[in-house]
Ligand binder design. Structure first.
Ligand code: FAD
Length: 457
């Protein structure tokens, strides 16, 4: 009998799916945004999916997986973009979407199970006048555990920064992959051991996250005749301390008319997506007028299942809309570092024009304002894509490569010694999401050749 079959016998009574088509569907994420990952990962599939409903079941699964040497890849909602939740080496997918309770809402914080959808956390927090400080544009689908293990920032990051910033995660309760799995609660800087680790060194079962005051946010689309005035507006607006805002998203023509707001903006217009507090509307209108922006759409944000929020046109959703119309589109993820971010954006826009149409997300970056770029790429060949990536990197605009599936090549840009050391303690057999941490598989890995390693693959 195979190791997986023996393992499945040992966990009998738990919810197990082995029907190949269903297992295949739940072995996927949004890796197909990247033509490179589509080619590299399309074949990846677990042998079975196990759904856990409580922490005791997670412990049981990890104990038996350790005993039978079965790889375990954790899954929240499977909205990750880099094959993060895809089992490279078979074994099981451990689905945590049923571990979805909001355990408690306090003044300033929420204690939740890892599989809770972020929208459900906000629905539970709203009666107390609170909401998550920030969330991804997949608010209606993604889990908080998947966000912490695989995401970075999102709607609200213009005020509150990134997940990795101190104070943005209060506590993480985890289960280790050992002969006798341990349950640990991490606080303070220790949280970085599992934050954005793709579930390679622990399974997160519970999180305590900070909340902010909730407002009846106003969603705005403003049109600009050119992109750079929109970027300069975004930068100035982001830096205005008195204007409470949640989203500052400039998108260059022709993307808005081509893929986002087809009948609402002209083909040569760039747009600015904004979410602002209602009492900031006068200041916002004045500032837009000063920079040549015109409001073409205004609506109230509605926290319910049926309404499509404006933020579902921002962050990684922008690319998703483009992909609905054109399959040969892909994207990049880039940091335009402060304080020269606006000049760098102008330089890269001038260099690549409509081959790499620009989309920016302004964020609070440490104690400065900066912008992430999620530009679309009109894809031709992998060679050309890699040329563009190399040029961005060489021009001082680091690419967090969404065409690579390892932690080191994607979000981290380096081996994280803390996460690697923690993995030695918590996953000594290397069974958690194997293949995603190069530092584990290849201790001689030289991160200075990070990008070259990618090109040579
Ligand atoms: P999954 O995709 O299921 O998992 C993500 C990673 O975390 C995987 O490596 C998985 O193994 C691991 N994992 C999941 N749960 C756990 C757990 N409990 N313990 C340990 N490891 C775990 N990201 C952003 O940061 N900001 C955005 O604005 C944003 N917008 C997006 C828009 C779209 C349309 C798409 C497709 C993606 C977007 N993303 C964004 C990426 C992704 O949605 C987020 O990272 C999301 O929060 C992932 O949650 P999930 O539940 O789907 O996680």
């Amino acid at each position: 009998m195979s190791a997986v079959a023996t393992f499945l016998e040992a966990i009998s009574g738990l919810d197990v799916e082995t029907q190949p088509q269903k297992v295949r569907r739940r072995s996927r994420d949004f890796y197909w945004y990247s033509p490179v990952l589509k080619r590299e990962l399309d074949h990846c599939q677990a042998d079975a999916v196990v759904s856990a409903s409580d922490e005791a079941e997670v412990v049981r699964v990890l104990r038996e997986a350790f005993r039978h040497d079965v790889p375990v890849t954790v899954r929240g909602a499977g909205t990750g973009n880099y094959g993060q939740a895809m089992p490279l080496k078979g074994g099981i997918v451990l689905d945590l979407s049923r571990l979805n309770q909001v355990i408690g809402i306090e003044q300033g914080s929420a204690r939740v199970q890892a599989g809770a959808r972020m929208m459900d956390i906000d629905l539970a927090a709203h009666p107390s006048g609170q909401e998550l400080r920030f969330h991804p544009s997949t608010h209606r689908t993604a889990t908080i555990g998947g966000y912490v293990a695989g995401g970075s920032s999102g709607i609200g990051s213009i005020t509150h920064g990134l997940l990795r910033d101190r104070g943005n995660i209060i506590a993480a309760r985890i289960v280790t992959m050992e002969a006798e799995p341990r349950i640990l609660t991490l606080h303070g800087d220790d949280i970085q051991k599992v934050n954005h680790a793709y579930g390679t060194n622990a399974v997160i079962t519970e999180l305590t996250v900070p909340l902010a005051p909730a407002y009846p946010w106003v969603e705005l689309v403003a049109e600009f005749d050119d992109f750079m005035p929109a970027v300069r507006f975004a930068d100035a607006f982001s830096g205005e301390p008195g204007i409470l805002k949640k989203l500052v998203t400039p998108i260059a023509a022709p993307v808005p008319a081509q893929y986002l707001f087809r009948d609402q903006v002209g083909p040569d217009k760039s747009v600015m997506l904004l979410m602002v507090a209602p009492f900031a509307m006068d200041a916002t209108r004045d500032m837009l007028a000063e920079h040549g922006g015109r409001i073409v759409k205004q609506q109230a944000y509605a926290l319910d299942e049926r309404s499509v929020p404006l933020f579902e046109y921002s962050w990684n959703h922008t690319t998703l809309h483009a992909l609905k119309y054109q399959r040969d589109i892909t994207y990049l993820q880039v940091l335009f570092p402060p304080p020269n971010h606006v000049a760098l954006v102008e330089q890269m826009c001038a260099r690549y024009g409509d081959e790499v149409p620009m989309h920016l997300e302004f964020v609070r970056f440490g104690n400065q304002i900066a912008c992430f770029g999620l530009p679309l790429v009109r894809f031709t060949t992998e060679e050309r894509l890699n040329e563009i990536i190399a040029d961005y990197n060489a021009s001082g605009c680091p690419i967090f490569n969404p065409h690579a599936y390892t932690l080191e090549e994607g979000g981290m840009k380096r081996v994280d010694p803390v996460q690697l050391a923690f993995k030695r303690e918590t996953d000594p057999k290397g069974l958690l999401n194997p293949g995603k941490m190069i530092g584990w598989d290849n201790p001689a890995y030289d991160e200075s050749v990070n990008d070259r390693a990618l090109y040579e693959r």
